[in-house]
Design a protein around this ligand. Structure first.
Ligand SMILES: [Zn+2]
Length: 45
């Protein structure tokens, strides 16, 4: 089953902010475990 590895990644849980617990949509490794709000990037609501 060579497609098993693809399913494995698709089933990974969403990355959560270690500070507020919010799901991190953009999973940039350079941002660590904090969401944009916690690292200071304010998105318009
Ligand atoms: Zn956060």
């Amino acid at each position: 089953m060579k497609t098993g590895i693809v399913e494995f990644f698709e089933n990974l849980p969403p990355k959560l902010c270690s500070n507020c617990g919010k799901e991190i949509e953009e999973q940039h490794e350079c941002y660590g475990n904090s969401c944009f709000s916690c690292i200071g990037i304010k998105d318009l609501d």
